[in-house]
Structures are given as structure tokens and as C-alpha cells.
Design a protein around this ligand. Structure first.
Ligand SMILES: *Cc1c(COP(=O)(O)O)cnc(C)c1O
Length: 499
């Protein structure tokens, strides 16, 4: 199995190289040369496996160079970090199941990929006989940075540095950063907002002196962002796993189609569902749910991608995105793998903020996807309404998906069994969930956790309640201009001069 770039399909690389490089040199994203087929009997065989074994089975089809026992060992290590089953399926109503993807170390679905990616990266480098250490550098508005820190901590061959804005993360998120454990991590607050932190990181990535300086200490700079195939592939697993669980519980017949409703931002999660379908999983429709930043809804209904539009801050911040980078992989597929056309569209996006697909492509997209969005009022109404009806507590991201699914159901647009993907623990957004439920909202984040527990009887995840008493280990606050020195200082302390 080789990988090709969405912007040049004649450039082929191994899976290990695709993961180690992240982005193709032409700016395109790596995609598999073909989709490995999984038969219905192979899907049924997943029933007898635990989650790590299911992960090794599905991922191994894309990475045949990685010995199966090694892959299984990595999946076992990654998913041991979870509190029980990494992807349990909860029946909330007749024909409706919630797939909870937030039982990992940081309480959000990014843990599923970010606990495994560091191990895939280390193994890929070993296969390629690359000896330099990887320095992962991340600017975060909160969630991704914490999930990356947890994923990379104490992974051999990689160090991780995270910069977060001093202003603009919640008190709880700040504690998640300052208390981070691990011998290969560093965290600093950057004075200013997210843009300040992001600008500091971008400068480092594009500064040849920095790259050369880090190289002297034995480091190659890398990022953990969601376009790396190593982040996408672990997400394909839970679509198969959910289907196997439905079969196991006799909720569906073998081969029966199931719809999946996905709260979307960067389009990584739902793209994994599309990949699962291409591999043979009986997926009916993929319901793409957006918040008020409904660029994907508009694209999937009109065929015009228009990034140049107002940006809204919502209660589902991980979906506040106007450029959905993983959409490039879907464009590549629906154009019949036309690399030149895909490259032209991405060029148009960067120059004009816009591109358009052809009428036949739009028809194909509509066949595959239903798209809808939920504004803030609908999100809050859905959290309270769903709790009243079913006793199930939704976080704001999952509430976006549930609202869109309900609209789809009302239109009688489908009658398959539906799996709604739940991407965050309600406790990550305790204040908004309390507000939606009509409860008083304590100003203190930890009091809000306790209040939500009182209101819903759902237990606070241990990882969040433990933060209260953990000692702060990372208290550095730096200026945007000081970021390069901070990074080099870390490399000088931890690295070894080479050459
Ligand atoms: C990242 C994230 C999303 C969006 O997922 P994409 O893969 O970017 O579409 C949704 N919900 C939560 C809680 C997230 O962290």
C-alpha cells in the first residue's frame, strides 16, 4: 500500500513516509493509493475483538509494513490511557445510538488519534531509519494542545512543546496546561490571544535559522495537526467498531446500512466515516453537522465553498472553523482523483477564499452526505430538551449533531439506524451545559463541575477532577517575540549537539 498526494498522484510514498512527513512537498495531503476492502465476514469477526485488536486490524490494512504484533502493542498502549472502552455505544432512543469518543485522557475525541499518532510516528521513523528526534511544536486554543501533550508525553524519540494564549483559555484549560506531566514536555503561556501564539509558532516553522538551530541539537520540527494521515487512520476504526457492536447486540442484520451523524469542523472525523464506507462498511448517509459557522452546510448543499464570511465564536469552539482542511481529500475523491483539479481548487481557495464543484460532483456529494447546521439557540434547546426526554447529557458539540439529526429525522429523510458521534464530555463545557439546563453557573470552574454532577448524576471524569489538586509544573509566561528563544532553550537543554 502506497500513498499519493492529492495534488500529484504520480508521487508515491510508503505509509511510514506519509506519516513521518505529514504534508506532501507539493502542499497536498497524502491519501491511500486505493481503499483496502473489508468484507462483511471480516466486519463480523471484529465482534470477538477488543478495541485495540479492532484498531490493529483496520489500521494494519493501510500500513502493511508495520508488523501486526507491533501495531497491536501500540494500540494496546494508546488505549490503556482510556477509562474503559475507548468508543462505547450508548442507546439513547429507539434506533438512535450515541458513540462516546471522549473517555480518553483529555475528555475529547481527539484523544483517539492523538494517543496513537506518536507511536505511529516513532515506528514510521524507525522503519525509515531516521534517527533524529522529533520536536512537536503546537499552538493551541485549548483542546488540541492538551490532547497532543497527553499523547506524546513520555513517548521515546519525541519531545513536545505547546504554546497557549495567556488570554482566551478557560481556567480549567489553563490548569490542564500548567499541570501537564511527562519528562519530554514543555508548556508556556504567550502573552496575548490565540493569534499571538499561532503567529509565534508559524514564524518558527518558517524560519530557516530556527530549523538549522534545532537540527544542531538533533531535532526535526514537526506538528501534530489533523491533516497527517496518522491522525486520520485511527478515526476510521470507531466506525467499524460501532457497526460491530450493533451487530453483536442484534440491532442490525449483517449488511444493513447505518447512518452516522458527525459534528464537523476540520472535516477529519466525518472523512474517516467516508473512508470506512469506501472500504466496504455498510454506511447509509453521513450527516455533516455544523454550528453557526456553516461553511460545510453551504458547500454540501450548493457546491460553492466560500471561506470569506463572518466568523462566529460559539459554544462549540472546536467547530469554529472556516477552512476545513481535510475536505481536500474528499474533493480529490469526488473529482475522480483528479489531482490537477484538486490543486487548482486549493489554489483558488488560498487566492480568492472560494471554489466551486461541478453539478455532477455536487450530485455525488448529496448522495453521500446530508448537511445541516444548528445555531446557538438550537444547541442550548437541544441540550435541555434531550436531557428532559432521555436523561442523556450532551456537550455543545454533540448537541449540534443531535439537532441536525433531529431535523433530518423530521424531514423523514431516512429510516436507517443512526449513530450520533459524541466528541466531548459535557464536563469539558460544564458552564454552557449548566446554562442550557437552566441551572445556576458558578464562576469557579471546579464548582461548575460539581454543580453539573449534582444536576445530572453523571460522574465527573477523574482526569478533570484530579486537576484541582495537581501541582503546577509549567508557569512560564513569555512574549510572542520570546517564543524562538524558549524553543531553542528547550532544545539546548534536552537535545544533544550533533555533527
Ligand atoms: C476537533 C473537534 C470536532 C471537529 O472534528 P473535525 O475532525 O475537525 O471535523 C468536534 N468536536 C470536538 C469536541 C472536537 O474537539
Amino acid at each position: 500500500m502506497n500513498f499519493i498526494s492529492t495534488r500529484n498522484k504520480h508521487k508515491t510514498v510508503s505509509g511510514a513516509a506519509a506519516i513521518a512527513e505529514g504534508l506532501a512537498p507539493d502542499g497536498g495531503l497524502y491519501v491511500p493509493e486505493s481503499f483496502p476492502a473489508v468484507s462483511l465476514s471480516e466486519i463480523a469477526a471484529l465482534i470477538g475483538m477488543d478495541y485495540p485488536a479492532r484498531a490493529a486490524d483496520i489500521i494494519g490494512r493501510f500500513l502493511p509494513d508495520c508488523p501486526p504484533a507491533v501495531l497491536l502493542g501500540m494500540a494496546e498502549e494508546a488505549y490503556a490511557r482510556f477509562d474503559g472502552d475507548p468508543a462505547p455505544l450508548v442507546k439513547t432512543e429507539a434506533g438512535v445510538y450515541v458513540l462516546e469518543l471522549w473517555h480518553g485522557p483529555t475528555g475529547a475525541f481527539k484523544d483517539i488519534a492523538l494517543t496513537l499518532l506518536p507511536r505511529l510516528l516513532t515506528q514510521s521513523k524507525a522503519l525509515l531509519k531516521k534517527t533524529e528526534k522529533t520536536l512537536i511544536l503546537v499552538a493551541t486554543s485549548g483542546d488540541t494542545g492538551k490532547a497532543a501533550l497527553e499523547g506524546f508525553r513520555d513517548v521515546p524519540g519525541a519531545d513536545i512543546l505547546v504554546l497557549y494564549p495567556d488570554e482566551g483559555v478557560s481556567a480549567l484549560q489553563k490548569r490542564q496546561m500548567t499541570t501537564q506531566e511527562g519528562g519530554n514536555v514543555a508548556v508556556a503561556a504567550v502573552r496575548g490571544n490565540f493569534d499571538d501564539a499561532q503567529t509565534a509558532v508559524k514564524r518558527i516553522f518558517t524560519d530557516p535559522d530556527m530549523i538549522a538551530g534545532l537540527k544542531r541539537y538533533g531535532y526535526a520540527l514537526s506538528s501534530a495537526n489533523s491533516i497527517n494521515f496518522g491522525r486520520l487512520v485511527p478515526q476510521i476504526v470507531y466506525y467499524f467498531s460501532a457497526y460491530a457492536d450493533l451487530l453483536d447486540e442484534k440491532q442490525i442484520r449483517p449488511g444493513e446500512r447505518v447512518d452516522f451523524c458527525v459534528p464537523s469542523g476540520n472535516f477529519g472525523n466525518i472523512l474517516a466515516g467516508y473512508y470506512a464506507k469506501r472500504m466496504g462498511l455498510p454506511v447509509g448517509r453521513l450527516l455533516c453537522a455544523s454550528n453557526k459557522n456553516k461553511v460545510l452546510t453551504d458547500f454540501l448543499t450548493t457546491g460553492v465553498y466560500q471561506a470569506d464570511r463572518p466568523f462566529y465564536k460559539t459554544s462549540s469552539p472546536s467547530m469554529d472553523i472556516l477552512i476545513s482542511s481535510n475536505l481536500e481529500r474528499l474533493l480529490f475523491e469526488i473529482s475522480g482523483r483528479d489531482d490537477a483539479r484538486t490543486a487548482a481548487r486549493m489554489d483558488s481557495l488560498s487566492k480568492t477564499g472560494r471554489y466551486e464543484v461541478t453539478p455532477p460532483e455536487l450530485a455525488a456529494l448529496k448522495e453521500l452526505f446530508y448537511a445541516g447546521y444548528a445555531g446557538e439557540e438550537a444547541v442550548f434547546d437541544t441540550i435541555s430538551g434531550y436531557f428532559d426526554e432521555t436523561g442523556y447529557v450532551l456537550d455543545p458539540h454533540t448537541a449540534v449533531a443531535m439537532a441536525v439529526f433531529k431535523a433530518y429525522e423530521t424531514q423523514k429523510a431516512g429510516n436507517n439506524q443512526t449513530v450520533v458521534l459524541s466528541t466531548a464530555s459535557p464536563y469539558k463545557f460544564a458552564a454552557d451545559v449548566l446554562r442550557a439546563l437552566g441551572e445556576p453557573v458558578p464562576a469557579d470552574d471546579f464548582k461548575a463541575l460539581a454543580a453539573l454532577e449534582d444536576a445530572t448524576a453523571l460522574p465527573v471524569p477523574d482526569a478533570l477532577s484530579a486537576l484541582r489538586t495537581k501541582p503546577a509544573r509549567h508557569t512560564a509566561v513569555i512574549d510572542r517575540e520570546g517564543a524562538a528563544d524558549f524553543v531553542l532553550g528547550y532544545a539546548a537543554e534536552r537535545g544533544q549537539i550533533v555533527g
